[in-house]
Design a protein. Structure first.
Length: 253
């Protein structure tokens, strides 16, 4: 099964986010890629939109994701949103460790690991983002991203708070770029991440997907070697979501 996701970041307003979610839900309710289990689809709106987007997605099979969570489940943490509350309102996945969180909000490996553990603790599937800041050789890149993966998962693995994860490989140098990373580079790095995941039986069911200016056409060019996509601005048009699901279905058949 391919995993397709969309993060809206803060590009859309509240009303436009809900309208977008309604349009994506209309696509999902009838699309054979989802109805036949060829792909799963998740969307990550802003925190204030989570509850109304959940309502918009009802009956569509689309999973709800949050863009972040707190390290703590409750307490005097002004402005934070806990994994406990996210689980309570019906969130399925939660994004952790995005390059923007690391750069703009100075989240380090320890913070990312604590958030992964908080997600597992609250029965949320972590969407763990990894990616090298500057373009490097393929072996160096695989070492860098699997190192991030190891550091992000180590405390949870040690505590036994584990389960399937979605790992989004997003090379920082490709985020927001006009084009994604080269196809062969994407395929080989994802293979390295998949091998790292497969070496940990406790993470059975985990998947590795590609983000970083991903859009329609990449799955087709990957010819079945890419396990999914984490879409950004390319998916602001629901027609692009349909196009990616079309690709997933065509690869399956």
């Amino acid at each position: 099964m391919l995993t397709i996701g969309v993060s809206l970041k803060t590009y859309l307003g509240h009303a436009s986010t809900i309208a977008w979610a309604e349009a994506v839900a209309d696509v999902a309710r009838t699309h054979p890629a989802l109805r036949e289990g060829v792909a799963e689809l998740f969307v990550a709106p802003t925190f204030p939109a989570l509850v109304p987007v959940r309502a918009a997605l009802a009956g569509s099979g689309v999973l709800l994701a949050a863009q972040d969570l707190a390290t703590a489940d409750e307490g005097a943490y002004t402005g934070e949103v806990s994994g406990r509350e996210l689980a309570e309102i019906g969130v399925d996945l939660v994004e952790v460790g995005h390059a923007e969180r690391r750069t703009l909000f100075h989240e380090d490996d320890a913070t990312v690991a604590a958030k992964v553990t908080a997600a597992f603790r609250n029965h949320l599937r972590p969407l763990l983002c990894v990616g090298e800041p500057t373009r490097a050789s393929l072996p160096d890149t695989v070492r860098a991203v699997t190192g991030q993966l190891d550091r992000g998962l180590a405390p949870a693995l040690g505590a036994g708070h584990v389960g399937p994860v979605v790992v989004a490989y997003e090379p920082v140098w490709a985020i927001g770029a006009a084009q994604p990373a080269p196809d062969d580079h994407v395929v080989e790095v994802l293979r390295g991440v998949e091998e790292a995941l497969a070496s940990r039986p406790a993470l059975e069911g985990s998947v590795a997907i590609y983000g970083g200016s991903a859009g329609p056409g990449l799955l087709t060019r990957g010819a079945g070697r890419i396990g999914g996509l984490f879409l950004g601005r390319s998916a602001h048009d629901p027609a692009a979501v349909r196009a990616v699901l079309d690709e997933a279905l065509a690869l399956h058949r």
